[in-house]
Design a protein around this ligand. Sequence first.
Ligand SMILES: [Zn+2]
Length: 184
Amino acid sequence: MEITWRENLAWCACLIDGEGHIRTDPRDAGATLLPRIDITQADRRVLDRFRRIIGMGRIYGPYHYANRVGHKPRFQYYLAGYQQVQAAIAMIWTWLDVVKRQQAGAAMIRTRDAARLAPGRGRDKTICKRGHSLTDPSNVHIYIQHGYQSRDCRACGAERMRISRRLRHETMLRDNADLDIAWA
Ligand SMILES: [Zn+2]
């Protein structure tokens, strides 16, 4: 019996429900905020099938996790871009569960709001979404991600570092306090 395209799309929706994410790329703070669909799998054939049905996206990997003993290498399916993600979601919307429908809606709205705050596509932008300069070379961090050149706002990066350092420090203080109690 032949599998219809509709049945294949339903399968894609189930795969995203269980194994996928629809979100905006949080690391891409300085440049374009893009909605993305990503799915991680140990078996690449699952992702190949997904990509064939949807007709878009790329597969990366295998990624090896040296610190996790016994873990298989992982492959990642990745689709980014407002139009591309919108098209993929429209294809599978009928079968998508409520959680992923909400994720999809939120990702599209966040992208649109970010584009409104800092208009222009990617490298044309002159300010990041928090208003720092993206024309001042000392504030722009250039890096390569998924084979593409990308930009990041150094001021936002420093802010993220400060926050994570403070969180680490607070966790350390709390853990030490716990130790003091344990030793008291
Ligand atoms: Zn910034």
